[in-house]
Ligand binder design. Structure first.
Ligand code: NAD
Length: 521
């Protein structure tokens, strides 16, 4: 497994920032209702990706602290489990209001630590907030089923919480992804330990403050930090019954295998390579605007970024117009009012994206727009910026097609028919999201039914489902079989109990024991 030290190796620029500041505030742990300073001697430096100034240090939580988090969550479960569903609904109602009131504060933390634009950061919070709003309906969504089997027999099902659950989060949606996890789990009666990404835990810390203010009792929600050791603890700890993971392939497969081997439920959403298919009958202007936004927004660091375009037939002639739109996007620090895309998360991510662009060129793709070394204002000269980049004539054997680039790089392929486009997409190992642009209902339906991908958009480039539905995934983009939020999410965080009861009015006259399997006829 790749060592973490390479991810956090301090660049020369970053070191300079640390030295000139000497000390930065540390990120706290949230255990048993207290925000506490870790006693660790291992800290992960966290840099503002737009400047590479160090802004906080994140603890590698010690084993004792991790144990305390698990034990406090197990203890809190005993009482939280006994609260009425209306109490838990009330907590969600208060939490959603507090998140709405603190939207800007949360978004500021995201822009500072993750780099995305302030407007986009608010979208990150909003999409998570929608899950909290949906969790406010917990009394209805937890309803079970009941059947009068016969005049003296009833069967009913109820959904009961599991106990302690855990969430392991990626860096790219510091608010939305933790909010996919803890509100639903807690509303269903579980307790939870969240490990946000060590690269941007600030939004989750603010959410923990808001959860406390919303009256979620101590120990019900806990936040720990770190990387491999914290993750291994979560996979192995006896109190933890279920793990939600969102992130890269390697970590997700590892966590799924290790957590499952320890008898836990694991849901894991992994990497992506999302294709957009353009049919000649699509509305050209709408399509090009959507493509440019979906490929380059958030600097391409969305699991649903539309990073690959499959032009069908003559639509490849639209490429030059797409290049013109991409050129107009402003690359700068996320707090600048005119920013369209901010920096990548780290110098290592920037180097990797630049290397993949070069690999495309070396393998014969045509570089129509080169975003390497974009012009940015002086104060962002040390940031991890890459501008919109478009590679045309890409073929499926090229590294830039095979890898999830996770940067503002659009790779373009061409085919002659819709069937060829479907075949190409279904051959790609990933199955996270896809979109088709067309004015033909029958083509859209044919595509939607025959494509082996979790999220499908028709004239919508980033079809992240609303929270009454579920975020799914297919093939290489998912491990485990129960999805995030919506009905599936609730299913993941609860177990079903089926109760069958027999109530006879008259005394049974027979004195012989019934040894055969009850057939309930
Ligand atoms: P990442 O896998 O590096 O990190 C995710 C989490 O796993 C972090 O909390 C990290 O501490 C932990 N982790 C990382 N490496 C580990 C290891 N070797 N052992 C144990 N734990 C480890 O992912 P990231 O770079 O933060 O996020 C980007 C990735 O997430 C992209 O691949 C993106 O497609 C994916 N993603 C997927 C979805 C989805 O729903 N399919 C949503 C968002 C992001």
């Amino acid at each position: 497994f790749k060592s973490f030290s390479c991810d956090f190796s301090t660049s020369r620029l970053a070191l300079a920032a640390v030295n000139s500041k000497n000390e930065v505030p540390s990120t706290k742990l949230y255990i048993n209702g207290e925000f506490i300073e870790s006693s660790t001697d291992r800290w992960i430096p966290l840099y503002n990706p737009a400047t590479n100034d160090m802004i906080t240090k994140v603890p590698e939580t010690t084993t004792e602290e991790l144990k305390a988090a698990a034990e406090t969550a197990a203890e809190a479960f005993k009482t939280w489990r006994k609260t009425s569903v209306l109490t838990r609904q009330r907590a969600m109602l208060d939490l959603q209001l507090l998140i709405r009131q603190n939207m800007d504060k949360l978004a500021r933390s995201i822009t500072e630590e993750q780099g995305k634009t302030f407007a986009d950061a608010k979208g990150d919070v909003l999409r998570g907030l929608q899950v909290v709003e949906n969790a406010c309906g917990i009394p209805s969504s937890l309803l079970g089923e009941t059947l009068e089997v016969s005049t003296d027999m009833d069967t009913f099902t109820i959904r009961q919480p599991l106990g302690v659950t855990a969430g392991i989060c990626p860096f790219n949606f510091p608010a939305m992804i933790p909010l996919w996890m803890f509100p639903l789990s807690i509303a269903a009666g579980n307790t939870m330990i969240i490990k946000p990404s060590e690269r941007d835990p600030g939004a989750m810390m603010l959410l923990a403050e808001l959860a406390a203010e919303a009256g979620i009792p101590k120990g019900v929600l806990n936040v720990v930090h770190g990387s491999v050791d914290a993750v291994n603890f979560i996979c192995d700890n006896e109190h933890i019954k279920a793990i939600s993971f969102v992130g890269s392939d390697a970590a997700g497969k590892y966590i799924h295998a290790r957590g499952s081997a320890n008898g836990k439920r694991v849901q894991a959403n992994l990497g992506a390579k999302n294709h957009g298919v353009i049919l000649p009958d699509a509305n050209k202007n709408h399509t090009l605007n959507q493509l440019a936004g979906a490929a380059f927004g958030a600097a391409g660091q969305r699991c649903m970024a539309l990073s690959t375009i499959v032009f069908v037939g003559e639509t490849q002639e639209w490429l030059q117009d797409l290049v013109e739109r991409a050129k107009k996007l402003k690359v700068t620090g996320g707090f600048e009012p005119d920013a369209d895309l901010g920096p990548l998360i780290s110098p290592q991510a920037k180097e990797r994206v630049e290397r993949l662009i070069q690999s495309g060129v070396d393998q014969g793709a045509k570089l129509l727009l080169d975003g390497r070394n974009p012009t940015v204002p002086e104060k962002y000269k040390k940031g991890n910026f890459v501008g919109p980049t478009i590679l045309a004539n890409v073929e499926t054997h090229m590294e830039c097609y095979k890898e999830e680039i996770f940067g503002p790089v659009l790779v373009c392929l061409s085919v002659d028919t819709l069937d060829e486009a479907i075949e190409l997409i279904n051959k790609n190992p990933y199955g996270n999201g896809t979109a088709i642009f067309t004015n033909s209902g029958s083509s859209a339906r044919y595509f939607s039914l025959n494509i082996d991908v979790g999220q499908v958009g028709v004239n919508i480039p980033i079809p992240v489902p609303l929270p009454m539905f579920s975020f799914t995934g297919s093939r290489g983009s998912i491990q485990g079989d129960v999805n995030f939020y919506g009905k599936s999410g609730l299913q993941f965080y609860t177990q079903t109990k089926t109760v069958t009861s027999l109530w006879r009015k008259e005394d049974v006259m027979s004195n012989r024991a019934a040894v055969n399997m009850p057939t309930m006829r």
